[in-house]
Design a protein around this ligand. Sequence first.
Ligand code: PLP
Length: 238
Amino acid sequence: MSAMNSLNSLKSHYGAFVDEVQQCCLEYHRTPDDVRIVAVSKTVGVDVVAQGIEAGIRDFGENRPDDLTLKGQAFPDRTWHFIGNIQSRKIPAIVAQADLIHSLYQAHHIELLEKSAASLGKVQKVLLEVNVAREANKQGLAPQELAGMLEQCSAQPHIQVCGLMTMAPQGDLIQAQECFENLAELAQNMRKSLSNVLVEQEFRELSMGMSEDWRPALAAGATIIRIGRLIFDDTYRT
Ligand SMILES: *Cc1c(COP(=O)(O)O)cnc(C)c1O
């Protein structure tokens, strides 16, 4: 495919996906403006990100700090999301580039995040990752660890917890839906129990739903869906 053709096809393909998301929002009585599509660009290079920007993508997600830095610095006017595993030594680089970190779940990272954010004079927005279905081999907080973690974060002046994130069990949309509903309920409980330290508008994000399961995520109240293959993988284009 020529560069021009592939640009046109990403543009029309992404446009069609946005339409589909909006249609789905109406079906579920959601306001389309309340749902953000994060295009997960971890499998593509800077050239395709540039095409994505041409196609109208505003939010990009990366799961490797080095790619986040490379692509984020190339396109500083976009919103960059870090969705990957956090390693202590990479925290300064992540904080330097990420508008929103989706994947905080380890308490020992809080102090490092606070220090990095303070030194940059920014308030780092984060989501707490929850392993809702308690799957082995999956990262994230157990639901009962959430309140304590949230309290620790709330004590940090340069960290703002904006909501929760999860990854659903793969391959079963019924299970996925249940997982998303549970995350929404956890968030609701957090809002109630911690209303003294949290302003409700500040704790509003639910980052859940990927290429396979974004519809049930929207139905359960997702405010951010993280879409990789459905946007960037040719085999998903019809
Ligand atoms: C890769 C990735 C996605 C996107 O997955 P797709 O199935 O390609 O849409 C979303 N969230 C996280 C955390 C990821 O690592």
